[in-house]
Design a protein around this ligand. Structure first.
Ligand SMILES: OCc1cccc(Br)n1
Length: 446
């Protein structure tokens, strides 16, 4: 066959792509707007952070779960006007299905619980670490993805569940060297809001929408808040009363306001009593204005904040007793939290608590002669079989290059395979920190 004949597209010896694919297309080497790459040094920090998430979750007896990043859009469509809905990264797939990149993990977790149904026994204590997405206008220059650590307790109606979750987060902070002087938790209950709305005959179905407006208290002007509450259908009197109750920052004052009989004050008192027993009383404070920005919360809500007030909320969560039933399941009580991977790193930087995470390799193995590449491979495998990490030099390189690489990868030892040593079944070893060097039998290398 004439390799350049037209029969095979003018190709000569193998596939000759058409000219159009030959022209190199200069690609943008940066990741899409609002997203991050994780080159090695960033990946080491991320892995360290996730390792701490996992260790705390397992310390509390939680099991790890995961779900697809891509979910049915319906999982996240709620009518309460949440920001998370406005920023949903959603599209129609080639099968004409409405899908979305998950903006959070809780709905997926609820879906999996319902899918498992009676095959799982309650309570469930599940944790997940997953990338979540939002489509934000880049004018605000914020990210469009982050990784979230979630811990959820499914099937426990008691406030002991919320107390346990906050204890897990406190344990995580302490593990990283963060103290109650650095961060705190603002705690409240949406039942406070519910109590006020009930007194003013605000319909139950407006509850979620009112919460979403109140969650913007610190973010938009008060007049705007009042306007939005009026548009939801609240009277001026109800709005004034609500804003006044939301300004309460002590349980005692709340008790004065709502009376001691209600479940609201009782649950909050129980949570603070448990905090005392867990040993994190100094970390938490009551703040009636905390409602969190997700419509499905129904009870206790909390958020972690930096006491210097420089950063956005570090984490947040609460009770969501109705979510599973809104997905068509039974009324299963649930609570959980989400903890993003970005604000915590900003906090660690602020507190000078970022760990030193250099690459560390036990050995760099190098043959001094091309014929000894096989010998080098054998030595590398022997060491790896003993659990030692090895950076094997894969080409013939000058020693200057080898020493430079050994320093860059922070190798503890340099193992040289030389002709005369190999004839004696030995290798040369150099301890790079001290310069000490010696010869050793290959099978005594450890
Ligand atoms: O904090 C809410 C959130 C959700 C998805 C992605 C990012 Br970035 N942030």
């Amino acid at each position: 066959v004439n390799p350049s004949s037209s029969e095979n597209g003018g190709r000569s010896g193998g596939f000759m792509p058409s000219p159009i694919t030959e022209t190199p297309q200069k690609v943008d080497v940066n990741p899409p707007k609002g997203t991050r790459d994780f080159p090695p040094e960033d990946m080491r920090l991320r892995s360290w952070l996730f390792q701490n998430f996992r260790e705390v979750s397992q310390l509390f007896g939680f099991e790890e779960v995961d779900f697809p990043v891509l979910e049915s859009e319906a999982l996240f469509i709620r009518k309460a006007g949440e920001e998370i809905r406005d920023q949903l990264y959603c599209f129609e797939d080639r099968g004409n299905r409405r899908v979305a990149l998950r903006p959070e993990l809780t709905p997926s977790l609820a879906r999996l619980v319902l899918q498992k149904g009676k095959s799982v026994s309650l309570p469930l204590k599940w944790f997940a670490i997953g990338q979540c997405w939002r489509y934000e206008r880049m004018t605000r220059g914020r990210r469009r993805e982050h990784y979230q650590w979630n811990m959820d307790i499914i099937g426990v109606p008691e406030v002991t569940a919320e107390a346990e979750l906050i204890s897990a987060i406190v344990t995580f902070f302490k593990k990283l060297g963060i103290t109650e002087a650095d961060v705190g938790f603002r705690v409240s209950s949406r039942k406070v809001l519910q109590e006020v709305l009930r007194c003013y005959n605000v319909p139950e179905e407006l509850f979620g929408r009112v919460c979403i407006v109140i969650d913007k208290l610190e973010k938009i002007p008060l007049d705007e808040i009042k306007k939005e509450l009026k548009s939801v259908g609240m009277s001026d009197e109800a709005i004034e009363e609500l804003l006044e109750v939301l300004s309460i920052k002590s349980l005692a004052k709340l008790e004065e306001r709502l009376g001691t009989s209600g479940q609201v004050v009782g649950e909050l008192k129980q949570l603070f009593a448990l905090a005392e027993k867990f040993g994190y009383s100094e970390w938490i404070q009551f703040d009636a204005s905390i409602v969190r920005g997700l419509a499905y919360y129904t009870g206790i809500v909390f958020e972690g904040f930096d006491r210097q007030g420089k950063l956005r909320a570090i984490c947040g969560g609460g009770r969501y007793d109705r979510l599973l039933s809104t997905f068509g399941g039974d009324d299963i009580p649930a609570c959980g939290f989400g903890f993003g991977d970005a604000v915590i790193v900003e906090l660690l930087k602020e507190k000078n608590l970022l760990p030193e995470l250099g690459l560390e390799v036990d050995n760099i193995v190098c043959s001094l002669d091309p014929e000894l590449q096989g010998a080098a491979a054998l030595v590398a495998s022997t060491l790896r079989g003993k659990g030692q990490s090895v950076d094997l030099v894969l080409e013939s390189k000058p020693m200057k290059w080898v020493f430079k690489r050994a320093a860059r990868i922070n190798s503890r030892r340099l193992i040289l395979i030389g002709k005369s040593e190999w004839e004696r079944s030995t290798v040369a070893v150099k301890i790079l920190s001290t310069g000490e060097q010696y010869e050793v039998k290959v099978d005594e290398l450890d």
